[in-house]
Structures are given as C-alpha cells and as structure tokens.
Design a protein around this ligand. Structure first.
Ligand code: ADP
Length: 717
C-alpha cells in the first residue's frame, strides 16, 4: 500500500493548488470558472468513497460546468473493458460498459498528458466503429486517468473526455491536466478504501468460516459451508475440494464441478503429480494459473469428461500436521485474474479447513467403528452385557434379552445383582471376581433364572476394560447358552446319523445287486442283468446327488458373502432348468405348467445360487406330488422378481411349518412314505436367499398341496 487515503488526498490537494496558481498566472484563462469547478470537484468528490461514484460525479460536475458532453471512464486492471459515465450538459448521466478493444481509449490512456484529438485524424476503423467517436462530430479533448504524474499505483487506466469542446471553455487543454490530477487523487482514495473494505469483508468471511468449521464434524456440511462463501469472495466460477487417497496415490474431488447438473458424473480424480491439482498435492505449494491451457501442468481430462471449460486455476494444498491431505481449487476467476492476494486468502482458509476435514474423517472412522461394534454386539448369537464398575447394566443385546426371557423390559440401568440371578453360585460374587481378577476371561458355569421361572444352563465369561489411569471403565460379560449348544450338538449327531442312514441304504442296495451279478445270478438272463444294472445305476445316482448336495452346502456355508456384483438373468436360467424338470414330472404322470413373464430384469446373486434355489423347490414339488399338477410362475413385483412353485401334492402339516427350513428337517409323512431325501434342500434354499437378500414364504394344506413363493431382489444396474 502506498499510504493512507488522507495522506494521498493532502498530497494531491497540495499539487492541485500549485496548478491552480499556475493557471492564475495565465491572464487569458480567467480563473474563476476553473477554480469554481475545482472547488466543486473537491467538495463533491470528497464525500464519495467508491471509484464508480467518483467517475459519475466527476462527469456530472465537468459536463454541467462546461456545457459539454463529458465522459469519464475507468477500466478493469487488464483493460478488457471500460466502465463509462457519459453526462450531457443538462446533467443527464448514462452508464455503459465498453469492450476494451472497441472503446478507442488506447491512444488516450497511453498519452503523456492532455490532447485534442481531431475526428478526421483518428484511424478510420476507430472513427467508424468505436463507441467514442460515435459521440463526437469534430474533436475530443481527453486526458488519461490516472494523470501520469499522480503518485500511487492502484488506479486502473481510464480517461476524461470532453466531446466537441467549445473554443472558450473553463476546461481546456491546459486546465484539464490539474483537474485530472485532482480526480486521480479521489479515484485512488476510493480504490484504497474499496480495497480495505474488501479486506474487511474477506476477514469477516474468514472468521465466519473458521467458526463454522469448528461447529460441525460432518464432511458434507464442512464442504457446503466453505465452498460457497469462498467461491463468492474470490469471484470464482467454481470451488472444489480434492482429497488424497494415500493408498491409490490419487486425488478425488468431493464436490462436483458445476453443481447439480454434474452430480451424476463419476467423481473427478487425478493421480498425484498429474494436472495442476496433482502438482500442488505433490509439491505442497500453491499454484496460480491464469491461462490454464497454456500451462504445461494442466490436464484437460476433466474438461473433456464434463464439458466444463477451465480458464484460470488457483490451487492451494490442504495440509494437516505437515501432511498434504488434499487440495482446495478455485476455477475461472469471473472478472480478471487470480493474484497473490487471492492465493493468500485461499491459503488462510486451507489451514483450518484441512484440520476440520481431518477431524471429520477421524470422526466418521470412529462412528463406523462404533457402528461395527454395535452390529457385532446386536448380531451375536451369544448373550452380551456390559456394566460399569459399580455393576449397573449399560447395555444388553437381544440374545441376552431372549435368554432371560424378559421380553420388552429394559434392563439397561438395572443393577446386575437384581437382573442376573444364578444357581448354584451367586452372580454378584462372580462380578467381584471379574473386577479383581487379573486373569483374562474368568468363567462361571451354572443355571440362569429366566423370567418364566425356568433355569437355562449357561457358561458366562467376564472381562474388565481398564481406563488409562488403571481404574475399571467397563465390564463385559458373554453368556453362552449351553442348552442351545447342546441342541446344535444333538442336531449335528442327528445329521450324521441321518446321512449315514441315507448313504447306507443305497450303498446296501448297490452292494447286494453287484453281488448277485458277481455270483452269476443273471448270467444267462440279459433282461435280469439289465434290471440289476439299472438298480445299481439309480442308487449310485442317488448317492451321487446326496454327496453333491452336502458339498454344495459346505460351499454355501463357507462362502456366505457372495460377490455383490454378480447378477442372473432369470428368464435364461428358467429356460435351462425347467424343460428337464417338466420331462421328469410328465414321466411321473403329472401335469407341468409354467407361466414366466418375458424380459424380467436381472436379479442379484450368482447363477449357481438361483439354480440351486429353483431346482430344489421344483424337484420337491414333483417329489411330493403323487398325482396332479406342479406349476412354476415368475413375474416382476416392485423391486423383486417373484417365483412361485405350486404343487397338488401331499402338503405339509401345520405344526411342521416352523421347522421346515431347519437343517435335516423332514416331515413325518415324508419319512413314512419312504420318499428319499436328506432334509438339506430347504435349508440350502434359505441360506442361499439370505446371501442375496431374498425371502421365501410357504403356504400349505395337508393332502391338498403346497406353494412356495420366493422373492429375488433385482440387481442394481
Ligand atoms: P428333502 O426333500 O431332501 O427331504 P428338503 O429340505 O428339500 O429335503 O425338504 C424338507 C422337508 O420338507 C421334506 O422332507 C418334506 O417333508 C417337506 N417338503 C418340502 N417340500 C415339500 C413339498 N413341496 N410338499 C410337501 N412337503 C415338502
């Protein structure tokens, strides 16, 4: 800054007086009108603090004092355009903006002082096309602004022009110089004032942003709060924030470039080192680029992808604890060029912004960790309970609530001594033991009193979590339901017995017929031999199927998280599965019907899973239907494809329905009728549906038939 406005004003008033005195020594001029104008300008302009106001008031004062059309103009720093105030002798002012190239001001602003420009001598192109020469018929008396001897550097180029000035005029080639000096001084003062006002605004916005940054921990809100305010104060078309992804060495822009219309675009990203943002991230230094396409660092990739046209870029690094975590980038300064001042402003914001972003990311990490723990807590099949050091329950999961059989009663806040009653040992004693015990996971086996008065056998493990100062922060207890564990063990035993039984039957048959063949019981009877071989083949098939089913199950259990990206064309799959099943049904004498809506959307999950689900259900329909029909229908309903398998078979007793999807479960009637099976099929169907987020419903009437309705969620794309 060159000095305070007061200093500049005093300086100029001093110079002005010197000029006036000089004029006073010219007897032909007549001092009074010029001096009057001088004093009028001093008093009018002294009250005005913005540059445009100074230009308007100056043109008015000169035009009305001289009875001459007067024009005062001022340009932007690059002279791309001129703001022009044109005042006629009646004091009527028009304001206009003329493009720099067509304004015909070049000769005037580059002159060393006042000149009288004759229209006839003006370059022909200028004379015909320029806005300025449209106003004059003969000549223009003009002086550059700021007047070349004016101290200070901040006034942008401009001019004072008197259009067709009269021969005798208080403002003439000699007096217009001092007047221009005087106006230059007021312009400089106004621009300084504007600049300090602007700095005040910037400071205000900065402190507002800093305050708002500390008021939220959500990245989205931080971005919204910062981007719009900073974009406006910089006068930029767009402001974006890019965050570095350290593992992939990439910067990903979190804010779409041009607002809502670009929301569907994938987020723009750069390799570190690529493009201006990549350069800034790599070097940790700001970059000011006012002609993007001429800069070797610029990459037009995003422009090509989005249709955005980048002209200028101001990019600063976002640093938290010496680490560059991203960049803050302003694009396309609306009026003029990005400068050091803009860069300083953006850098001042980038510090608190980087810290706020770091905090937000940490916060979201902590939140997701908390959610993860809560999910594990809620979804564990074991009962879980946490207490404080005093023994008040701070949380209990659903598994514990159902183990205690307390329904909707909230046990959080209760003392463990009242909520947990054990036999034969007291739970409070165990609690104290956990508090004192240095061992990890002390255990207590016993019977837990349920609300219904019954006891459930449990094994309880406990552990304490200490605070940093060594005192107890929290105590965690895990309740394993021994009854359930025993039930699982029993089911596993049943499963093996079942499997052994199922495997033994076909094996015994195969062995028997093989022996008969070996003993030559069919040696002279090819028909008999064929029958024996047929039995061996059929039983081998059955064996093979059972083994395959068990392998499938093992695979399904170990691979419960299927790749989300997989999807299945259900029309195509049904076209493959249904014909052989239809043949099998017809061979058995059943009617097979299928009604499949064409062009169903793809459904989530792999073909293998859908194949297994549909095949098991249709095979069951055929297997459990001695006479009548089996039908398969598929149609789209909301965001799912529904597949319904209906049969007119033996049906399922009502009391069997709750157990139907359990492993190895087979209805009594199926076993009694000697219908082969393992009880694994429906369990596998249920497991398969869970992996794709699907569902199954069953309705059945004993002796009448059964209907399974499967809903398969459609794939995302
Ligand atoms: P499997 O068919 O090998 O016995 P599943 O798990 O597929 O094993 O079926 C379990 C049991 O559910 C069957 O044993 C049978 O009792 C009953 N069930 C399944 N589907 C039907 C059906 N369509 N009609 C009657 N009962 C059925």
């Amino acid at each position: 800054m060159t000095g305070s406005p007061e200093y500049s004003l005093a300086n100029l008033v001093h110079q002005g007086y010197k000029c006036t005195n000089m004029n006073a020594r010219q007897p032909t001029l007549g001092i009074d009108p010029t001096r009057l104008l001088w004093e009028r300008l001093a008093s009018d302009l002294g009250k005005i603090f913005d540059a445009h106001g100074v230009c308007a008031a100056a043109s008015f004062a000169i035009a009305t004092s001289t009875d001459t059309l007067t024009l005062v103009s001022i340009s932007d720093p690059d002279r791309n355009h001129y703001d022009v105030w044109i005042c006629d002798s009646n004091g009527k002012i028009d304001q206009d903006r003329w493009p720099g190239k067509e304004a015909a001001f070049n000769r005037i602003v580059q002159a060393n002082g006042p000149e009288l420009y004759e229209k006839l001598e003006a370059p022909p192109r200028e004379r015909i096309r320029s806005e300025l020469w449209q106003l004059a018929s003969d000549s223009i008396l003009a002086v550059p602004l700021p007047f070349p001897t004016t101290p200070g550097q901040i006034t942008t180029p401009g001019a004072i022009c008197l259009v067709d000035p009269p021969k005798v005029c208080p403002v003439n080639k000699r007096t217009i110089g001092p007047i221009a000096i005087q106006i230059s001084a007021f312009l400089e003062r106004a621009l300084l004032r504007q600049r300090s006002d602007q700095q005040e605004v910037e400071f205000g916005i900065m402190s507002e942003i800093s305050t708002s940054l500390t008021s939220t921990l959500h990245l989205d809100e931080i971005i919204v709060q910062v981007t719009d305010a900073v974009r406006r104060v910089l006068g930029a078309e767009s402001l974006t924030i890019g965050l570095t992804e350290p593992n992939r060495r990439e910067i990903v822009f979190v804010e779409a470039l041009m607002g809502p219309s670009f929301n569907d675009m994938p987020p723009a990203s750069f390799q570190i080192g690529q493009g201006i943002a990549g350069w800034v991230a790599l070097h940790g230094e700001p970059a000011i680029v006012n002609d993007a396409y001429a800069d070797h660092r610029f990459s037009s990739k995003v422009d090509r992808d989005t249709g955005f046209l980048t002209n200028s870029v101001l990019c600063v690094p976002l640093k938290a604890e010496q680490q560059t975590i991203g960049v803050l980038e302003a694009l396309n300064k609306q009026n003029g060029k990005f400068d050091e001042n803009d860069s300083r402003l953006l850098q001042a914001i980038s510090g608190p912004l980087a810290i706020a972003i770091e905090n937000a990311l940490l916060h979201s990490d902590v939140l997701s960790e908390k959610r993860r723990i809560e999910t594990i807590f809620a979804s564990m099949s074991d009962g879980l309970m946490t207490t404080n050091a005093k023994g008040d329950i701070t949380a209990a999961n659903d598994a514990l609530i159902s183990l205690l059989d307390v329904g909707d009663t909230v046990i959080t806040g209760e003392a463990v001594a009242t909520a947990i009653k054990m036999q034969p040992d007291d739970f409070s004693e165990f609690f104290n033991q956990v508090l004192q015990d240095g061992r990890e996971f002390p255990q207590l086996a016993g019977n837990l009193l349920r609300k219904n008065g019954e006891y459930a056998p449990v094994l309880i493990s406990g552990t304490k979590i200490d605070k940093e100062d060594g005192s107890v922060d929290e105590v965690i207890f895990v309740f394993s339901d021994l009854g359930q564990i025993r039930e699982v063990e029993r089911m596993r035993d049943d499963f093996f017995n079942n499997i052994v039984h199922e495997l033994r039957t076909p094996l015994a048959t195969i062995l028997m017929y093989a022996r008969l063949l070996k003993e030559g019981k069919a040696i002279d009877d090819p028909t008999r031999a064929n029958r024996f071989l047929g039995v061996i083949e059929r039983e081998s098939d059955r064996l093979q199927k059972m083994v395959r089913q068990m392998l499938q199950l093992a695979k399904l259990e170990s691979d419960t998280r299927q790749r989300q990206s997989e999807s299945t064309n259900i029309n195509l799959l049904l076209e493959q599965i249904l014909p052989p099943l239809a043949d099998r049904a017809r061979e058995k004498g059943l009617i097979f019907k299928e009604v499949v809506q064409p062009r169903l959307p793809a459904v989530k999950g792999s073909e293998d899973t859908h194949y297994m689900i549909i095949k098991n259900l249709v095979e069951n329909g055929i297997k459990f239907t001695p006479t009548g029909s089996v039908s398969v229908e598929a149609w789209l309903q909301k965001s799912s494809v529904l597949v319904e398998i209906t049969d007119e078979g033996i049906g399922i007793p009502k009391e069997a329905l709750p157990n139907l999807f359990q492993r190895f479960y087979r209805t009594k009637s199926a076993v009694e009728r000697g219908i082969a099976g393992t009880g694994l099929g429906l369990y596998m169907v249920k497991e398969g549906l869970e992996t794709i987020g699907g569902a199954i419903e069953v309705s059945s009437q004993e002796g009448k038939g059964t209907r399974f309705t499967v809903s398969l969620p459609i794939a995302d794309d």
